[in-house]
Design a binder for this molecule. Structure first.
Ligand code: TXE
Length: 482
């Protein structure tokens, strides 16, 4: 049985406890590797390694930091197929998605920040001939990065890349549900010559290891992506310690479709924005609102397309469009929401139950893509994050009505809007309470843009200069001249 190891001070090491937790392949429901059950001792060792490396790394010229990061990206690219298969086995997503989405985006994350750092500058503010101010933006020191199981390497690199590029040293904790590709990345960091202690990866349970990181007095900032409840717990611990916090949390994103939209483009993209990665993306549009004149046409076409295209099966099979649900716990959670929807008066138009593929996946966790109609906009099914292959569809008559329903949840991460009316698009984009608005598209990403949400979807923004500013401290120096 493969043992995943921690990556501390440049070496692959066992957890201090020598204890491990089972790591399950969701496609089979069987244990296929072991993940370190690390604890506070491992966090302390990782912190000490990061602290010892900080002086050297933060004084390494940006060009040299960039070079070693580009080497990591290059090795990741060279091993893309190995990482893609590992990601699919660990998380359950279809192999084509790992090959064309997950791993290429992880490479882009590293490449983007490795090059951005060479252009990262700060500003000066002259006060006539009397004085001049200049701002320095220097790395914080040892920072913590905690990432989730839905897009494992994609979101892990989205955090550690800007942290390292800006000269910090990192203690990182991937999700214990999907630890494999972060472990494989640590092997590549060693091969690329990343100096020891710059990146330290400690695997293990969130409440044990994640909280040990959050409470550690030497770890001065925490960048977290995960559930809203966990984000609140991290904030409760870290806020009184005045740590910098970046919290990218849950979502319950509205997809607003007007009768004047480009119907065919909208339909294709809406199948994708509803069910990509088994709906396990915080940006998925899980509440679909359709202007009444095209509601019946949309309902018929959407259900037909979902049933015809979204083949559920072995994620390693190229024909599979919908893979396995990441864990038994999440599988049970998603099915419980489908039951709730029925109790709340919903009608299941397609899907609605688990499905057992044949062969090796007969014991895995699979749920049919599910479309539900007839629910009130403010029922629990339409207010709470399900984070699975489940969407609801609801008709609307006016802009005011759809805006009220769209903005009615505690979340405000992303939103999708389909209309050919430019004025309406800008008007609604200004009124939607979300950090991201996609108009006539979905998941079109420019890494320079600010990424994050409002309300219970989090605090702060990732991406571009936002990420580099999060991982640096600004200092103003004012010099009197005359
Ligand atoms: O996330 P958790 P889970 C949502 C989704 C999902 C729910 C819970 O609705 O059902 O969150 O998912 C670590 N201190 N999203 O349980 O628990 C944990 O080990 C410090 C949306 O997987 O938030 C993991 O590494 N760390 C989200 C990370 O936090 C702690 C993507 C996320 O785990 C901790 C994933 C603690 N007390 C889930 N407890 C998105 N926005 O994309 C756990 N962790």
């Amino acid at each position: 049985m493969q043992k995943i190891l921690n990556y501390i001070n440049g070496a692959l090491v066992e957890p201090a406890s020598k204890q491990y937790i089972d790591n399950v392949d969701p496609s089979t429901g069987k244990v296929y590797s072991l993940c370190p059950d690390s604890d506070a001792q491992d966090i302390e060792a990782a912190y000490k390694a990061a602290e010892a490396a900080f002086e050297g790394w933060s004084n390494t010229p940006a060009e040299k930091r960039s070079k070693v990061m580009l080497r990591i990206a290059e090795l990741l690219e060279k091993n893309l197929d190995k990482f893609a298969e590992a990601e699919t086995i660990d998380q359950g997503k279809p192999l084509w998605l790992s090959q064309n989405g997950e791993i290429p985006r992880a490479i882009s994350n590293i490449h983007f920040f490795a090059t951005a750092i060479e252009h990262y500058a700060s500003e000066a503010h002259p006060m006539g001939e009397h004085a001049i101010n200049y701002t320095t933006r220097t790395p914080i020191g040892v920072v913590g990065c905690i990432s989730p199981w839905n897009l494992p390497l994609y979101l892990f690199t989205w955090k550690i890349a800007p942290a390292i590029a800006s000269g910090n040293c990192v203690v990182a904790k991937p999700s214990e549900v999907t630890p494999m590709t972060a472990y494989l990345l640590s092997e590549i960091c060693i091969e690329a010559g990343l100096p020891k202690g710059v990146l330290n990866i400690v695997h293990g349970l969130g409440p044990k290891v994640g909280s040990a990181m959050t409470v550690h007095p030497g770890i001065k900032a925490i960048s977290f992506t995960g559930g809203t409840r966990t984000g609140a717990e991290i904030a409760r611990v870290a806020a009184p310690m005045f740590k910098k916090l970046s919290l990218e949390l849950g979502g319950k994103n509205p997809n607003m479709i007007f009768a004047d939209c480009d119907f065919d483009k909208m339909l294709t993209e809406t199948v994708r924005s509803s069910f990509l990665n088994q709906g396990e993306i915080c940006l998925c549009g899980s509440r679909i609102f359709v202007e009444r004149p095209i509601y019946e046409k949309f309902k018929k076409a959407f259900v037909e397309k979902v049933k015809a295209e979204l083949v559920v099966g072995d994620p390693l099979d190229p024909k599979t469009k919908t893979g396995a649900i990441v864990s038994q716990m999440h599988f049970d959670k998603v099915l419980s929401y489908i039951e709730l929807a029925k109790q709340e008066g919903g009608t299941i138009l397609c899907g609605g139950k688990s499905i057992q593929p044949t062969g090796r996946c007969a014991t895995g966790w699979f749920i049919e893509p599910t479309v539900i109609e007839g629910l009130a906009y403010d029922c629990r099914t339409n207010q709470e994050e399900i984070f699975g292959p489940v969407v609801t569809i609801t008709p609307f008559d006016t802009e005011e009505e759809v805006l009220m329903m769209a903005n009615s949840t505690e979340y405000g991460l992303a939103s999708v809007l389909w209309t050919e009316n430019l004025t309406r698009a800008h008007r609604l984009a200004g009124k939607i309470k979300a950090g991201i608005v996609w108009i006539n598209c979905w998941l079109l990403r420019d890494l320079r843009t600010p990424f994050g949400g409002v309300k219970s979807s989090g605090v702060g923004r990732e991406g571009g200069w936002e990420a580099l500013r999060f991982f640096t401290e600004a200092k103003n120096v004012c010099i009197k001249i005359s």
